[in-house]
Ligand binder design. Structure first.
Ligand code: AMP
Length: 254
């Protein structure tokens, strides 16, 4: 097989950063905060690169829509093994307003126009936890979708997919072209090594705008308020089980 694979690589606040809410409660602080590739997108990209290494894929294209710095995310994708990157650049204010539907529309246009066979995305982006882009994309393209994949196996021109569902694993067979979204256990992504980061600088990175895909980034909802989770109250220590039961009864918990 010589599949063409498109991978969505969103730049998000690094998973290890402690998130701070802006004083005016309109969002979270993103300035001067470490960002990196969304961890589930990294897993999607790793899977795409493995398809190429297994000679099932002929080309892996990494896509990112975001501010100028998203180029750094795409350079990491190229260093991990993508052949080419597409950066849809938007300013910071537009990036904050961007929703999965806008990204799905752009990906749909690329996937259809450039005849991709597989689109691999993360199951969710850890910033907004939307878990919507893959599903919307499959809808726009009218392609089959396999979300939350924990195993992908090529079988006679189709893919056998294992999905982690409540209480067990589900196996389904998916015809191509199709959209797949990666769950945590699909693989362990490789690190981008320094020599590969250097080599990635020579790989092609195309720059686009949302207008090139006929997409206008107009929000469909308004954020009323973003607030910190409630602070947990300090607990108390009890000397024995009888006191514990007494306290729980007092509090109406049992
Ligand atoms: P979401 O639906 O926002 O939770 O995102 C799910 C997945 O869609 C992510 O893991 C990415 O693979 C992809 N995705 C979402 N937004 C973008 C973006 N702005 N640029 C590239 N890929 C994206």
């Amino acid at each position: 097989m010589s599949l063409r694979v498109l991978v969505g690589c969103k730049r998000v606040i690094d998973y290890a950063v402690k998130i701070r809410v802006k004083p005016d409660k309109t969002g979270v602080v993103t300035q001067n905060v470490k960002h990196s590739m969304n961890p589930f997108a990294e897993i999607a990209l790793e899977e795409a690169v493995r398809l190429k290494e297994a000679k099932l894929a002929s080309e892996v294209v990494a896509f990112s829509c975001g501010p100028a710095q998203s180029q750094e995310t795409l350079r990491v994708a190229l260093a991990m093994g993508a052949d080419k990157a597409i950066h849809v650049e938007v300013d910071d204010a537009t990036a904050e307003k961007m929703e999965p539907i806008h990204v799905a529309k752009m990906l749909a246009k690329i996937a259809a126009d450039e005849k991709f066979d597989v689109v691999l995305l993360g199951k969710q982006a850890i910033d907004d936890d939307a878990n919507q882009t893959g599903q919307m994309l499959a809808g726009f393209l009218d392609w089959p979708q396999a979300t939350h994949c924990s195993k992908l196996e090529s079988e006679d021109g189709t893919f056998k997919v294992t999905r982690e569902i409540d209480g067990g694993l589900e196996q389904i067979k998916v015809k191509l072209p199709a959209v797949f979204t990666a769950d945590l256990r699909l693989n362990e992504p490789r690190y981008a090594t320094l020599p590969n980061i250097m080599k990635a600088k020579k790989k092609p990175l195309e720059k686009k705008t949302p207008a090139d895909f006929g997409v206008e980034i107009k929000p469909s909802f308004e954020i009323l308020e973003v607030s910190d989770p409630p602070v947990r109250q300090a607990g108390i220590k009890v000397p024995d089980v009888a006191t514990l039961v007494g306290k729980l009864k007092e509090a109406g918990k049992i």
